[in-house]
Design a protein around this ligand. Structure first.
Ligand code: ZN
Length: 389
């Protein structure tokens, strides 16, 4: 059965100087409205214990627009300003539900600059998008096609620290599940290797190339040498931002390819609970990068699995995936990080990560059977995994 899912398509675009000017002004107004409304809500909450609703905020915004000091807010599209208040509302809802921290102010330098437009604020005709306040369409690079008959319902215009402009289109799309696959796979995540599969395959992380790390260090050193506030410093800063942006893009691209492939090829994908990794005391940069990749990998696996009729199983967080022999189930006393291959008393020899991936798969499958009431211990159930493979 096909299902309707909401999906975002992101493209680069190149604004004319007038468009860039208007959008920059809009970003500024969005930030101002968000920050001012946050300030008011904070005051009401802290001083009077009063909650301000979206409707009240919206009325206050109308009031600001009538004052001389804030009349300039009338010069940009009103929709992104309203959307900023909606985002603030969502941030408060999450805060009150204890899902998020108290909302913070948007700083021009720190946060990504963006403005969101709903359907009434733009025209979508013959593959061209025109914001209601603008004369001509945006020059978008359609790097991948929008699905036929897709109607964008919301769009977000943004500019990143590297000065690149993007447009994100939210569309509803019909996605049909893939035909069932016969294979299952366990995934173990690492630092230098992005993921090791129970099949023995190792998927490398992007952005771990020596040449790249050296180049990054070079642009960062160049930045450190520049005088604060100078034009050269601004230039060097942009160079660093561009370099980071390229790394992030490539990583994201790589993760998309990996997760799409895993979901296509396998009916069940077993992964480790992230909480396990948070407990490992290793604050290195490589670790932070790999944690971020891993979170993103899991997020992608989960939504793609839901789209295509696949299943993601999460192995128990206390599970000794590295220390246990996937052949006989014996648990080793210790397994230092530098041990990459080892032999078990049962005669099996293991690649550390492949063994862990096999255990994660077996544990994930066993846990699912437990959840179904089969009452099987999660320890050793390679029979099921074997049957699948
Ligand atoms: Zn063994």
């Amino acid at each position: 059965m096909a299902q309707i899912v909401k999906r975002t398509y992101k493209y680069r675009f190149y604004p004319t100087p007038e468009q860039a000017e208007e959008l920059t002004r809009t970003f500024g107004c969005v930030r101002l409205v968000y920050n001012k409304a946050l300030e008011e809500r904070t005051r009401a909450y802290r001083l009077e214990g009063r909650k301000i609703s979206y409707v009240q905020s919206s009325a206050v915004l109308t009031g600001w627009k009538r004052t001389k000091d804030f009349a300039f807010l009338n010069e940009v599209s009103s929709v992104p300003l309203q959307q900023a208040l909606r985002h603030l509302q969502a941030a408060f809802t999450n805060f009150f539900a204890r899902r998020a921290k108290y909302p913070v102010f948007k700083a021009r330098k720190r946060s990504r600059q963006s403005a969101e437009y709903t359907r009434s604020a733009f025209r979508w005709r013959e593959g061209k998008i025109t914001l209601a306040t603008m004369g001509g369409p945006l020059d978008i690079v359609w790097s991948r096609p929008l699905p036929a008959s897709a109607e964008p319902s919301t769009l977000t215009v943004s500019r990143d620290a590297a000065g690149r402009w993007f447009i994100s289109l939210l569309v509803e799309e019909k996605i049909a599940p893939l035909p069932p696959a016969r294979t299952v796979v366990g995934v173990d995540v690492g630092i230098t290797v992005l993921a090791t599969l129970s099949t023995g395959e190792k998927i490398l992380s992007p952005g771990h190339k020596r040449a790249e790390r050296k180049k990054l260090a070079k642009v960062q050193r160049a930045l450190a040498r520049k005088v604060k506030g100078s034009r050269n410093r601004a230039k060097a800063k942009l160079a660093v931002a561009r370099f980071h942006a390229r790394i992030v893009d490539r990583r994201q691209d790589h993760l998309h390819k990996v997760t799409t492939r895993l979901v296509r090829e396998n009916q069940v994908i077993a992964v480790e609970d992230l909480a396990v990794r948070a407990m490992v005391k290793n604050r290195s940069l490589a670790r932070a990068i790999s944690d971020a990749s891993w979170r993103e990998l899991r997020r992608m696996l989960e939504y793609k699995a839901a789209w295509y009729g696949r299943e993601v199983l999460v192995a128990d967080r206390w599970f000794p995936s590295s220390k246990m022999c996937s052949t006989c189930g014996a648990v080793q006393q210790s397994m230092p990080l530098n041990v990459r291959t080892w032999g078990c008393a049962c005669g099996a020899s293991h690649d550390r990560d492949v063994n862990a991936a096999k255990n994660i798969l077996a544990a994930g499958l066993a846990e699912r059977r437990n959840a179904c009431g089969a009452g099987v211990r999660p320890q050793r159930d390679s029979s099921l995994a074997g049957g699948w493979q």
